[in-house]
Each structure stands twice: as C-alpha cells, then as structure tokens.
Design a protein around this ligand. Sequence first.
Ligand SMILES: *Cc1c(COP(=O)(O)O)cnc(C)c1O
Length: 357
Amino acid sequence: MPFLDLRAETASVRADLDAALACTLDEARFVGGSAVAEFERAWAAFCGTTHAVGVASGTAALELALRAAGVTSGDEVIVPANTCIPTVAAVETAGATPVLVDANPVAWTLDPDGLADAVTPRARAVVPVHLYGRPAEREGILSLARERELTVVEDAAQAHGARGVGSFGAAAAFSFYPTKNLGALGDAGAIVSDDDEVAERARRLRNYGEDARYHSVEEGTNSRLDTLQAAVLLAKLPHLVRWNERRRELAARYDRLLADLPLDRPEWDDAAVWHLYVVRVRDRDAFRRALEARGVETAVHYPRAVHEHPAYRHLARPGGFPVAEALAREVVSLPLHPSLTDAEQDAVVEAIAAWAR
Ligand SMILES: *Cc1c(COP(=O)(O)O)cnc(C)c1O
C-alpha cells in the first residue's frame, strides 16, 4: 500500500480538471487570466480572510508574506526547530536571520515557553508552523508576540482549512504542492491576510515591485501564481471540505484502533486537518521494516531537525533542541489520504499489531 495515492485523487476529479484546463486553453491568457483572480477570491472566502494573493510556491508565499509584513535584512525571525527547510529558507531569502525554538513535547509545534527565551532586541517576527495540519498553540504565541511586539506570520502549508489558521497575525502562507491537502499539478502557493497594506504589498512584491505596469516602487521578484495551476486549484477547491472530513475520520479511526498498541500518538485536536498522521516509536527503522514487509509504506516528516542539516549547523545552540531532535529520530507518518479505504487502514493497523507482537 503506497503512502500516498495522487493517481486516485486526480482520477476522482479528472472531469473537473479537464474542464478547467480546457477553459484556460480557450481563454489563452497564460499569465494572470481570470482563473488567478477567481481562485484568490475563492481562497480568501475559504480561509475567512479579506485577501488572498496567489504566488509561485509555499516557500515564496512565506518569504513574500514576511517581507510584506515588514521583515527586512538584519531582523531575526523565530521558527520552530522541527520544521522542513522551506520555512527557514523563506526567512533567509527575506534577508532575515532564523532563530530556532524547540518544539512543545505534547503538541509537537513551536513551544511558547521556549519562545520567550529566544526573543532578542533584533527579533521582528515569529513563524508558527501548523505542523501535520495541527494549529500551533495560539494563546501562548500571540500573548508573547503582543508583549514583545513581534509580527506573526503563519506557515500554514500543511493546514488548509484547520480551524483558526489564517487569523493568527499579519498573514499566513499556504503551499499547494501536489501532496498537500489542496494540491496543484505542480508548484503553487498563496498568502492570506486581513491587512489591506500587507496584501497590497505582497501583490507588488510578486510582480517586480510594480504598482502599475512598468513602474516598480520597490525591489520585487517574479513569483506569480501560474494560471493553469489557479484553474486546477479552483476546480479542486469544492472537494477540500469533504477531503478534510475524510482525513479527520481516518485520524479518529487510527486513534481508536491504535489505542492499545505501544506507540506514542499525537494528542487529538478538533481543530486539526490531519495533513499527516504521525506516531512516535523508539526503534523506527525496525518498525518501518516490519510494516514494509507487510506491504505498508510509511514516511518520515522529518528525519532531521533544522540545525542537524549540514547547511544549517550554524543555527544550533548550546544544549541543542532536545524535543525536536528526539522527534526527528522517532516520528513515522502512517498512510493517510482521502482515498484510503477503511480496509486499507485496517491492514496498516494489523501490520502494526504484528510488529507489536
Ligand atoms: C510544503 C511546505 C512548505 C513549502 O511549500 P512549497 O510549496 O513546497 O514551497 C513550507 N512549509 C511547510 C511546513 C511545508 O509543509
């Protein structure tokens, strides 16, 4: 059983995709075009925000959201130590310096207690990552951000439709990488915000800093949302609520079926959209081999904390980040996607039960 089945997901909406692609070909406006504006309206409505700005990827969304919210060179931006590299790369391409904070041992998201210690006079922003589709701890992060005047920009790349996501702070960044809860047929991303100025600035930054054609008012880039991808996303969006509902159902089922087995499961969270269902096991390699022997593919998100990558060793600190480091050694993602059947999930659970015996 594959970890993910994009072929099944694509087949389930194939007619909608064909129609959307045909419309784009007929319109023949391959940059911009009606699909981009239409998707932006639909995505803002889905997120409950005033604005959505389509961009080229999730990484670009985070970089431009940070810049649009005022982050500039020399600033420090606080990010969790247990995230994927794009979070950190976006901070750096925005010209800022990432500062790592350990994960909370229960929620596995950025630990608000660690946040207080990481704030220096240069700290400008904090990026809560809604890892695995679970919103980061809102109250702790927001109260500290208010107290220390930090801008909050969410990394919502794994949390399309999770409750409260998009309303933490200045802006939130989404990725529509093909494997995400809402995935394009290639790279795509979006920034959402309730702040008119942040949204307008993000719009400029994605298009050479132009406020009018051939008139750049600040240094920008080309990071526009591709028209074909916008059409695809618009066609898939009506299915997202149902897909997320199925993810929630499968996560609840895992919770129930795995209850008596010797693994650490994530705490249930009603607000989560379960981009990934991640468990913790001591001997991860043996666990994964045992499941593989029964035909069950698993994955690891992520095998290294940020500072454990050769390129990011300079972000380590004395004492390390013990929770993030332990998670990197022990987390395993089980198959969970909207086309997974109950019978397939039962086979995963049976493989885990056999490993436990
Ligand atoms: C996928 C992802 C990104 C990057 O998105 P891309 O569209 O691949 O650039 C950033 N942060 C997190 C947490 C992600 O899962």
